[in-house]
Every structure is written in C-alpha cells, then in structure tokens.
Design a protein around this ligand. Structure first.
Ligand SMILES: [Zn+2]
Length: 423
C-alpha cells in the first residue's frame, strides 16, 4: 500500500494571550536555531567535528534551561525546540546536497531574525497537541486556538506547523498520512492547455476562467497597491497601506488556492486520465510573460492535479511538447506552420476543419499523452463554461469531503475528533 503525505492548511485565530504564547514559542525556537547554527559554525571554524543533533539538544536545550540567561526556554514546549534543531539539520542537508549536485543549489543556513516575514514552529505527535471535540487546535503551553476549517482532514494528522505570515495572519499546516482512495473508473480523459487568455482550456472544448471571487480579490489587491504607491515614504499612512497590501496579497493567494482546488478536484473526479503540458517546455517562464505565468500559479495547480491523481487512482501525464501545438491540426495531424499569437481561430489548409487555437492545443496535449480524445472537439465552439463555484473545498450539509471528493468514511472516534465544523 502506498502511503501519501498530504498537507492541509487552515487559518488560525489565536486570542491575545495565545498570540503572546506563540510569539514566545517563535522566539525560543529561533534562539535555539541560532545557538545551534553558531555552535556548528564555531566548530567548523575551529576544524572540529560537526556537532550532532543529540549533543546540541543536550547542550542548547536541556542544559541551557538550567542557566539564568536561557531559563525562559522552559516556557515553551520542548518539542518546538527539538524541531528547530531538526530544521537546522535539514537546512544543512539541503545545502550540502546542493553542493553535491543532488538538488538545486541553495545558500548556507542563515541566522533567523525576529524581523523575518515568516515565523513558524512545529509540533509533532509527542508534543501532545490535539484537535478538541469542539474543533479547536489545542497546543501545549499555548491553549485551545480557534481554527477556521475550510476542508476536512482525511485522517488524524501527525504534525502541525503553526505559521505567522508577513500580514500577521496565523495558519496551522497539518501533515496527514493517508492511503490512496480510488474513485470509480470513468471513460473520460482530458487534455489541458494552460494559457494566458483563459486559465485553462480543456480538450472537450471547455474554457475555464478565474472565478469571480478570485478576480475580486485581485482587484482589491491592485487598489491597495495603488494606494500604497501614493503614500509618502516613511509616513504612518504608508505603514498602514503596506499592511493592507500584505493582507490583500494573502487574500489573493487564498482565493487562487481555492480555485485551483476546485478545478483540479473536478478534473480528477470527472476523468480517468489527465494530460497537461510540461511548463518548462512551454518556455514562458523566462520571457516577459513570466509575471503572468507566475500569477496564474500554474505549477501549484499542476502539482495538485498530480497528487490528486495519485491519491484517487487516476493517471497523470506531463507531456513535453514535441512541436508547437498551434502548428499541428488536431483533426488531421497536418503541420501547417506557425501562426502569430493574435490568430485565435483558423481553418486547417489540409482538412478544412475550423480550429480554435486553445482547444486545438488542448486536444494535441491529450493526443501527445496517447489519450483518445475526440479531435472534432478542437473545432470552434461558442459559449465558454465558467468553473463551478460550488465545487466544495468546504463541506456542505455535514457531508464529509476533501475538496469535493468524499474521503472520510463514517469513522472511528479519533477521526470524528478531526471532523470539522464551520467556524
Ligand atoms: Zn486538418
């Protein structure tokens, strides 16, 4: 049986004392991280052996708590401090693996600052955190924090990371071990062309645009950015405006993630196989289109398609483009040359099919993956269909779903502890 690790994030609403307790936890984890980094750098400079995590734990946590200047480390969960040491270990491992060419190169671990935009602490199982029957997140030495459950957890999570972002928002990110839950088989398959005109065009002719809730969030962000640019540098109003921009950014990111969840869930539910073009092949990322590519969040969306396929027994194809999809007629396969971007529709010179640029590309993507889609669907059709709004991602009528796919069977007591309520 394949086990999968999934990550689920939810907004947290700590009260005043809880925010203070979390600030202490962030601070203590940061101090231990920095102490360990200093110890390792000192050892390295002195040509000594790299201190092991067990030794660091004894020295920088257990022993340090007994000293006057680090006694306050006792005020937070010891697990949080242990995890800070593990984070540093992972940072070193990634750094060395980068040097060896095992993964992309990255910088050496750096000291953390209280001014960092991103603060986090991690609680593992032995920290004895839990989700209360009332649906709060109970954290050691912090208390029962209110959670806004936007989707259901498929099983009891093993780890929770509490994050505070640049906009001052708090999140709980749960790691959940789960087994694949295959959906009933279907005959449908789909090719997806990700584009700039529409977010996605499907080989069945559906054109999917960003939903209204996302466009609204984007508009709000734009207004906030414009307002910020008009504020005098160093002024109080500018600081306020900057917080507003950070919040609006967060709202856009949330709305986009929600949209990606809805669409990917629908595609995986409705199709046995999905094919999508490899974005590296698409070659847009380094062009002036880079910003819109980045904004569209294609890679996050593709990652969702991939993990949901694995999870629900669907087949996922990432295809490399063997030739520009707009040059090949998806009906007869004849390549009739490049067409400038403004040409959205044309008639195939060989077979006479009236082709829509985006749908033609989506059909070609499906065909390149070896999927049997009907090529006539590439022919021009009107009436674009918007993405469904009600696609879940939240649960309705007490029905348990994860992003629209039923996952949690009527369950054991431990599962009901994580079954969620609407905040
Ligand atoms: Zn043709």
């Amino acid at each position: 049986m394949i086990h999968m690790q999934l990550r689920y994030s939810f907004r947290l609403y700590p009260n005043g004392p809880q925010r203070a307790a979390l600030a202490r936890a962030f601070g203590c984890a940061r101090v231990v991280y920095n102490d360990a980094l200093r110890a390792r750098e000192t050892a390295r400079a002195g040509g000594e052996a790299f201190p092991m995590i067990g030794d660091l734990s004894k020295l920088l946590i257990t022993e340090a708590k007994k000293t006057e200047e680090r006694a306050w480390l006792g005020g937070v969960s010891a697990v949080v401090l242990q995890q800070a040491l593990r984070d540093l270990d992972a940072a070193y491992r990634n750094f060395f693996d980068g040097l060896k060419g095992k993964r992309p190169r990255m910088g050496a671990p750096r000291f953390k600052s209280r001014k960092d935009n991103w603060q986090s602490v991690r609680f593992t199982t032995n920290a004895r955190w839990k989700i209360t029957t009332g649906g709060d997140l109970s954290l050691p030495k912090v208390g029962n924090v209110r959670v806004k459950w936007s989707r259901n957890l498929p099983s009891v999570p093993s780890t929770v990371t509490v994050i505070k972002d640049a906009a001052g928002r708090y999140f709980a990110s749960f790691v959940v071990e789960t087994e694949p839950e295959h959906l009933p088989e279907t005959d449908s398959v789909v090719g997806i062309d990700l584009g700039l005109g529409h977010f996605a065009v499907l080989s069945d002719g559906t054109k999917v645009d960003a939903p209204r809730f996302l466009r609204r969030a984007e508009k709000k962000l734009k207004r906030a950015q414009q307002s910020l640019s008009r504020k005098v540098k160093g002024s109080k109003n500018r600081t306020k405006a900057r917080v507003k921009v950070a919040r609006a950014h967060g709202a856009v990111a949330d709305a986009r993630r929600e949209f990606h969840h809805q669409l990917s869930t629908r595609l995986i539910r409705d199709n046995q196989a999905v094919a999508v073009e490899d974005l590296a092949i698409k070659g847009l990322a380094r062009t002036r289109l880079a910003k819109s590519v980045h904004d569209a969040g294609w890679s996050a969306f593709i990652a969702m398609l991939e993990y949901k396929s694995a999870r629900h027994g669907r087949i996922f194809y990432r295809i490399g483009r063997f030739e520009p999809t707009s040059q090949v007629c998806s009906v007869c396969g004849v390549k009739d040359g490049p067409k400038p971007l403004h040409i959205r529709e044309w008639k195939c010179g060989a077979c006479g099919a009236a082709l829509d640029r985006d749908i033609n590309a989506a059909v070609n993507v499906a065909k390149a993956a070896g999927l049997a889609v009907s090529a006539c669907r590439a022919q021009v059709r009107r009436a674009p269909v918007p993405a469904q709004r009600d696609e879940a991602g939240t649960h309705r009528d007490g029905q348990l779903t994860v992003a629209g796919i039923p996952v949690l069977r009527a369950g054991s007591g431990s599962q009901s502890a994580v079954s969620c309520r609407r905040a």
